[in-house]
Design a protein around this ligand. Sequence first.
Ligand SMILES: Cc1ncc(COP(=O)(O)O)c(C=O)c1O
Length: 502
Amino acid sequence: MTTLVQLSGSGSLHRQIYESLRTGILSGRLKPDIRLPASRELASELGVSRNVVLLAYEVLVGEGYAEGRMGSGTYVASSLPESMLTASRSGPRVRPELQAAAEPRISAFARRLDIKKGSPPDLGPAAPELRYDFRYGFADVKTLPLQALRRLAGKRLRAPSLNNGPAEGMWELRQAVADYLSRARAIDCDPDQIIIVAGSQQGLDFVARVLLDPGDRIAIEEPCYLGAREVFEAAGAELISMPVDDEGLVVSKLPPPSASLKLVYVTPSHQFPTGGILSLGRRLELLDWGEQTGAYILEDDYDGEYRYEARPLEALQGLDRGGRVIYLGTFSKVLFPALRLGYLVLPDPLLPYFRAAKWIADRCTPPLLQEAMADFITSGQFESHLRRSRLTFASRRKALLSALDRELGDKVEVQGAKAGVHVVVWLPQLPVRRVPELLERAARLRVGVESVAHCYASEPDRAGLLFGYQSLTEDEIDTAVSLLARALDEMEGGGSARGAPL
Ligand SMILES: Cc1ncc(COP(=O)(O)O)c(C=O)c1O
């Protein structure tokens, strides 16, 4: 019985055999030119099929660790470099003395990045178990028009565009988006002013690259969308936090022209996360401020399609006469984030720079996706979907508001419910420091909620939760809110008795 191959028990069988032999070769235990066991022999020893062993050998040969010799079997390669033979498989890939010296020589931009980021937010240990997930940003697969999208994409795939499209985006989609924006958001633009981007996050990144140098001063809302803050911080800008209230950004607090701001970032349709809707008066005041200071106004209209109590106010872009507004829209809320499809509407003088930035970043947004989306809009299906989903989300919102009222009454204050697909729920009686405990208790009851704290530059002075209600049915919302009330109850009672102070 050979101990040549040890199966680790994790991963596919051929991979386990490959890894075991590779480790033997790299550690020097299997010397160059020794013959590996015949595949049939090794297969019967390990109790696996011969094909599995053959596949493992094939990979070793393909990667140069082994070589097949005509008529006589598979051998450890004779010409492995010395350095590979002494490297331990489990040890560091780079020589330790080099690794120690090697603080990577990165750019100032890279040093400003938060390297803990780079994938979707950590869902936490309880996440796979969550039955009711209010955390922000999840779309509802049941309400999405996937069949229509599949049909349209399939049709385009029969004769796909094989080359890169124009950096600014396919003409059909820009035309369709311009028409839609003029109908739905009172945006006055020519398709030439539109650049299709890979989600609004890429749009934010281009705004920073094209307009900002390290040290430039910009104003952002406090609290603010983290995705925007991160981009501006990475650009090295100096961020000045501006207060918001029930009418959104408090425009009167913006610094005067002498402060030489380059940009203000604003979410006028539904302040993120607190939900204020920028009043017409403030919109006009903001545009006036932009003209006086020469700063650009970045209007992030991420969920402007959803407004429940009145007609949406027209976008800032539609009111702009000074060419100061950069409008940013996305399909992430109205469809789903994984589409990675958004659009910028730009003042003419900025267009060539954004087009060039897009070209060097990724050439263009995938043409197939753009074409399918153009068909989806021009066929009228996009707006039917919007009408349907607006009704669905209106009922979910209503269910959430009444469940919160019924289950939590005056323990909560709800903010920002007039629009969008999330609300902020303040818990005035809960100390801020106890929010993590509440989230944990809720998760144990299989309810996912998140704190608003990550939206603040400095710690908020009240406990608040962000409730995304897009992906839960009314019944689920009812159950989830009563479970959340139970979690709070448990905290009040220190886990058992009710009514003790928090
Ligand atoms: C304020 C704000 N802007 C933009 C976005 C959308 O980002 P993207 O289009 O990159 O998915 C979101 C989504 O969560 C958001 O909350």
